[in-house]
Design a protein around this ligand. Sequence first.
Ligand SMILES: C[S@@+](CC[C@H](N)C(=O)[O-])C[C@H]1O[C@@H](n2cnc3c(N)ncnc32)[C@H](O)[C@@H]1O
Length: 261
Amino acid sequence: MAGKEKQVISRDRVTQHGEVLTARREVDAMLDLVKQETERIDSRFLEPACGTGNFLIVILERKLAVIERKLNQKEKKLKKAEKRPGWKAKPFELDSMIALSSIYGIDILEDSIEAARSRLLAFYIETYQRIVGFAPSNELIGSARFILRKNILLGDAINTQDKVSVPGIPGLDQIVFTEWSPIGEFFKRREFRFDSMPMDGADAASAETKKSNQMELFDEPENARQEQILKTDTGKDIMKPSPVKEYPPVHYLKLAEEGEK
Ligand SMILES: C[S@@+](CC[C@H](N)C(=O)[O-])C[C@H]1O[C@@H](n2cnc3c(N)ncnc32)[C@H](O)[C@@H]1O
C-alpha cells in the first residue's frame, strides 16, 4: 500500500510550500515514538503543517481503536440481555467526541485543509458504523463536522499576519484554537489565540512580546487577564494563556446547532 501513496501533488506545491506528504509507514514509525499518547483518548495533538491529514488520521484511528477495545472488553462482561443492538452507541459517541476534539491541525493550503477535514469525518463515520452497527445520526455528524472545522484550520503557522507567505490567510496572530472540555454529556468550549499558547521552548520572557502583539478582536480587558506562570516538565516557566472567548457547556449532539448561533 505504501508504494501506491501519492506523496507529491505537484512540483509547484513542493517548490512553494515544501509539500511532500508523509507515507503511512513513516507516520506509524513516528507516532510510535509517542505511542502512549496516541493511545490516550484525550491527549491533545496539534500538527502545525498537517497537509491532507496523514498524521491526524492515524492519530484518530489509534484513539478510536482504544475505544473499540474498551467496548469489546465491556461486552465480554455483559449479560446476553444487556447486549441489545446499538448498546455501544452512547459510550462510543461520548468517547469518540473526546478523541476527535483533541486533534488539531493547521496548513497554509486551503484544499489540504478541506481534504484533511473530509478524510477525518469520513473515517469517523465509517468507524462508527462498523463498531456501533448503524449509521451515526445527522446531529452527531454535525457535531463531528463542527469540531473538525474548529480544530483543523487554514493559516500560516510560522508568520504573523503582516508577513504571511500567502496573502489574505490568517497569520499566527489571527489563528484561534478551541479547547473542548467534556463535562458528562456536555462540552465546554474556550478559544485561545495560537500565538499565546505555550509551545516547547516558550518562556515567560516572551509574554511581553505576546502582549504587544495582542489582537483586538477577542481581547479581554487587561484587568480580566489571569495569566499565571506554570512549570514545564523540565521546570521551565511558561505562561498560562487566557482564553479570548468562552461558551457555556453544550450537549455533544448540539455542538453544531449551538455553535452556529
Ligand atoms: C512536508 S509537507 C507535510 C504534510 C503533512 N504533515 C504530512 O506529513 O503528510 C509540509 C506541509 O506544510 C505546509 N506548510 C508550508 N508552509 C506552511 C506555513 N507557513 N504554515 C502552515 N503550513 C505550511 C504545506 O502546505 C505542506 O502541507
